[in-house]
Ligand binder design. Sequence first.
Ligand SMILES: *Cc1c(COP(=O)(O)O)cnc(C)c1O
Length: 456
Amino acid sequence: MKDQTSNSWEQRDMHNVFHGFTDLDTLNRNGPVVLTHGEGIHVFDVHGKSYMDANSGLWNNVAGFNHRGIIEALCDQARRFPGYHAFFGRIADTTVALSEKLIEISPFPSGKVYYTNSGSEANDTVVKMLWMLHRRNGQPQRRKIISRVNAYHGVTVATASMTGKAYNAEFGLPLPGFLHADCPHFWRFGRAGETEIEFSQRLARNLEELIIKEGPDTIAGMFAEPVQGAGGVIPPSEGYFEAIRPILRKYGIPLIADEVITGFGRTGAMWGSDKYNVQPDAIVASKCITAGYFPMGAVLLGPDLCAALTAVSEKAEEFPHGFTAGGNPLGSAVALKALEVLETEGLLENVNRLSGRFMSGLRQLGEHKYAGEARGVGFMGAVELVADKATKVALDGSYQISERIANKALEKGLICRPLGQAIVLGPPFVMTEVEMDRMFAILADTMTEVFAEVGL
Ligand SMILES: *Cc1c(COP(=O)(O)O)cnc(C)c1O
């Protein structure tokens, strides 16, 4: 018989759980962190140790880990109607109510919502929508998808192909036909003497060249995060979206805003598209749509794309695509409540009230000898570490500097995220001033200790 219960939670995890996106060297050395519950912005492990989660889980637990109202909304829905699908024209009333709400708060004058269980599925769904749309409209060759270097759009085969990260080579991805345009990171990629606006215009020219080289009538659409998240928190360079938008219009290429992180207030605006004048044809949402309490993804179709897609689906009799659990009423009840909380309990105001303090905390860390850039917007930010501030040359990989800092911070009871050579912070929207100051104080101490330890 398998003896599985006499061991510690950590051992039981090590024996039975296959972790993804986990540094296995660190896992094998330090073991997993097994959690039991949360209070406010803190989570507790099986030994009772508490951690301030400066990443809101994975960007999504924006209202803290024990919000009474959201939990009640979930329980109420569970008692009334805990599950149904959205196939064959059937749907739960709560999901209809959520759709109305999402379109109301969207940047679109009208539109419709399609439901999935994750951000990856939502992006993947849009790829299929675009492929079907162009095929039915007599352009079956319009299949190529443009995203950008350092983009993160998910992990399905198509969305991993869109994700502009080197690790996808492990899977032999990207698939052919998935193209990566420039990353709009001025600090990293700007040339000597070039202004930020000129940089944005150069990237737009490069994009047009790419489109022409590939053949404009072979491009199905372009996906872009208003602020690149998993790429290391990279707000767009000044004038970037204004520069690329007319080019995409000129060649009839739809622009999809992947707002899985930036949707619902992370940048201080309801949408990153509002903040950066993206003017998308569709928006992909997930993560904080349910404040992290239920899996849900959504595609918000703007009026033009919605009308076009409806027309071709009518010709085909249907849009032949769907996820069994998409539009589940539990998720819809949670999302409705989470959006209400965002608007009526001062979460959005808190992000705007404290984003100045957040940015100045980041900038203070950015004064460290080995900090190259402190960047961010709203409640998302990063400090990028370098060997030399002037040349921006990266620290030797053998220092594993960001992993060390994150591991040391964890010991001190702070969860932050290493991304490449950057430390990323994405605090819950309910974080207080006192908590914010504590977060930066722990991180400053941690950096001092770690740099001393590695002898820098
Ligand atoms: C997290 C993320 C996704 C993928 O969402 P999952 O729910 O993990 O599939 C897609 N796009 C962006 C911008 C994300 O941050």
